[in-house]
Design a binder for this molecule. Structure first.
Ligand SMILES: *[C@@H]1O[C@H](CO)[C@@H](O)[C@H](O)[C@H]1NC(C)=O
Ligand SMILES: *[C@@H]1O[C@H](CO)[C@@H](O)[C@H](O)[C@H]1NC(C)=O
Ligand SMILES: [Zn+2]
Length: 337
């Protein structure tokens, strides 16, 4: 039986599993808040003003608290349509060491995180939308730039890990997704090493970016170039890469083009930078995420030790990228070191 077949069987076996697919595909609130707080501290003046005004006191004027809204509403009837936008089901084969994301193969129906990021990025700066729609768009961008850094959000295998039983700190978890990248490991890591709060964790990651282990690589996080497969459906990418003058140049030109070309809803195509980010996250499915024995405790020992640096890296990176994204939209440049 194929893996795909196993997955279908799992789905047929119980509604519990089926419903878990809808509810647990997330970094968990802690991961999302951390990404939001990291981004908040790198915002340029106009982006910061926009974020504070748009989110208001309800979210303490910050991308941190606002980052979890999209997960909170996706199970409500009014927002059920948004549940598929949190991930892209990459139909690759991580158990045989073959990882890849392909926009045609994996997002052919145009309803995935790649199109959602393009959609809500355009909506954040769409002058025809009202204040509520703009706030909603910002909260989606805040959240989806986090989700795309989560390896299991860029993986179809066993519904992004939701159907794989896993153990965390001695407790059997309902699935790999919940135990590994979600609340289990992130909670333990924050409690153990970052004072138990997402604010402190974000402060520590910002410090690593400014003057620590991430200082030398942070610029590459916003360069949007990677030796992945050629990007389809985009004609201007090659010439833009050759025009590149600084690490954020491609990201800047891509977003500026998006601002000027209002898309109709059926013409939303993925942007180049998020495709690069998706491929990066997906590569961790081959190297780290599915690399465990059945019954192995994921929240201790080797698996945990290997995963923590990936969690730190992905949260810091996506926070930094979220800031770059909003800075280009509102201040015209990434405005980052
Ligand atoms: C709101 O944000 C400020 C910093 O901007 C912080 O000092 C304060 O603790 C936050 N309040 C809450 C309730 O998180
Ligand atoms: C784009 O945003 C609108 C408004 O929220 C939504 O109805 C539509 O489904 C979105 N499409 C995608 C692909 O994100
Ligand atoms: Zn999500």
């Amino acid at each position: 039986m194929t893996l795909r077949g196993f997955r279908l069987m799992d789905l047929l076996i119980g509604f519990v599993i089926l419903s878990s697919v809808l509810y647990v595909r997330a970094w968990g609130n802690l991961g999302h808040q951390t990404i939001g707080f990291v981004a908040q501290s790198f915002l340029a003046p106009k982006a910061l003003e926009f974020v504070q005004t748009t989110l208001g006191a309800q979210y303490n004027f910050s991308l941190g608290p606002a980052a979890t809204w999209a997960d909170e509403v996706k199970s409500e009837p009014a927002f059920k349509w948004s549940a598929d936008l949190h991930f892209v089901d990459a139909e690759d084969s991580p158990l045989t060491g073959s990882c890849s994301v392909n926009e045609q193969r994996d997002c052919g129906n145009g309803q995935c995180i790649l199109t959602a990021i393009a959609n809500y990025t355009a909506r954040v700066v769409d002058p025809t939308l009202d204040a509520e729609q703009i706030q909603e768009a910002l909260k989606f961008v805040d959240h989806f730039l986090g989700d795309i850094g989560q390896p299991l959000h860029v993986e179809a295998l066993e519904a992004g890990g939701n159907d794989i039983p896993a153990v965390c700190s001695g407790e059997s978890s309902r699935n790999l997704h919940a135990a590994s990248q979600d609340t289990g490991m992130v909670t333990k890591h924050i409690d153990q090493s970052h004072g138990g709060t997402t604010e402190q964790y974000a402060t520590d990651l910002v410090q690593e970016i400014q003057a620590g282990s991430f200082e030398s690589v942070a610029a590459s996080w916003i360069s949007c170039s990677s030796p992945t497969e050629p990007l389809s459906r985009r004609s201007s990418t090659a010439e833009e890469i050759s025009e590149k003058t600084h690490p954020g140049a491609q990201l800047e030109s891509e977003l500026k083009r998006l601002i000027h070309a209002r898309q109709s809803d059926d013409a939303i195509t993925p942007l180049a930078c998020p495709l690069v980010w998706a491929a990066e996250s997906n590569a961790f499915d081959c190297s780290v995420v599915f690399n465990f024995q059945s019954g192995e405790d994921l929240c201790s020992g080797t698996y945990f030790e290997n995963a923590v640096p990936v969690i730190d890296l992905q949260l810091a990176k996506q926070g930094f990228r979220l800031a770059a994204w909003l800075n280009v939209l509102f201040d015209g440049a990434t405005n980052l070191p």
